[in-house]
Write a protein that binds this ligand. Sequence first.
Ligand SMILES: C[S@@+](CC[C@H](N)C(=O)[O-])C[C@H]1O[C@@H](n2cnc3c(N)ncnc32)[C@H](O)[C@@H]1O
Length: 315
Amino acid sequence: MILGNKSIKISLCYNSLVFFSFFSRSMIPILGRQLATMSDKYTENIPRIPGEVQRLNEQFEIFTKNIGYILHPSVVSALPSAPCIADIGTGTGILLVRLRETYPNAVLDGFDISADLYPPPDSLPSNVTLAVRDLKQPFPEELHGRYDVVHLRLLITAMLRDDWEPAVCNVSALLKPGGYLQWEECDFTTCKHLRGGVSSSVETARFMSNSFAYALRDRFAYGWNTLPEHMTTAGLTSIFTDIVSSDRVPSTRERLSVITMSLVFRWARMMIEKKAPGSISSKELDDKEKESYDDIKSGCYIRYDIYVTCGKKPS
Ligand SMILES: C[S@@+](CC[C@H](N)C(=O)[O-])C[C@H]1O[C@@H](n2cnc3c(N)ncnc32)[C@H](O)[C@@H]1O
């Protein structure tokens, strides 16, 4: 696979898209240290390397700024002053730490299939607890009916088409009667790299992002658009979706573009390490990375839609 500099030809793009797609589906999952029995689909495409903590935390802040809230106002208005809140697929636990600023007396529980990105337990506020759980498996009965809110954000890269419905049932079981499920996912299928200036360059950033989106197209096709139907199946009511642009706040465009490209290059490096046939060299990928960041410096930015879907467990 030979990639040109700024003027990448369509045929070459197609070949590399096919290559990345084939490779990502044929990889063997890398299992985290606590995952003897869990299938961690997430690490087929995204490595849990130390820089991920910083990337996820910055991404969380930028997303929250663009969404405009952590919990939807309808969810907030239904909460007691000391709510029980669970964040599933919590990553670094940042959402719970932020919620504690508003709800200092809340019970704030985070669950993730891996503890690799968790902060040390003694650095967490006393009412924030993090544990290891797979949302694709039913949660233990002692957790059922315990939470006023169950929240999830950006699980899409870990989810295959048939994972969504059972996962929504599993996490809905954690809700108290009258409690809310709030789940945020993005439509990366229509993700665009746009030019912010008249002479901005966009080609390399666009090409690399398109390669990533094409490789993960089977995962990116669901969730953001199917959550309302899964929530209905799980018995939730009052279901609604709030849709917001990832660049609603224009000052976030550059940093969101940088951290998204850093994810794309982590994925591409992972593919190269697995020696996919026809793969470009690490040096060529380094050049592509530099060109992508040059595109962003010239004014290129990423844009997609963020979907916030909420549903209520009947009282
Ligand atoms: C993109 S990160 C998002 C983290 C966090 N929600 C945020 O917005 O910063 C996705 C997280 O989901 C976790 N995850 C993936 N598959 C999971 C599963 N089956 N059960 C629980 N967590 C899972 C990953 O380990 C990762 O921490």
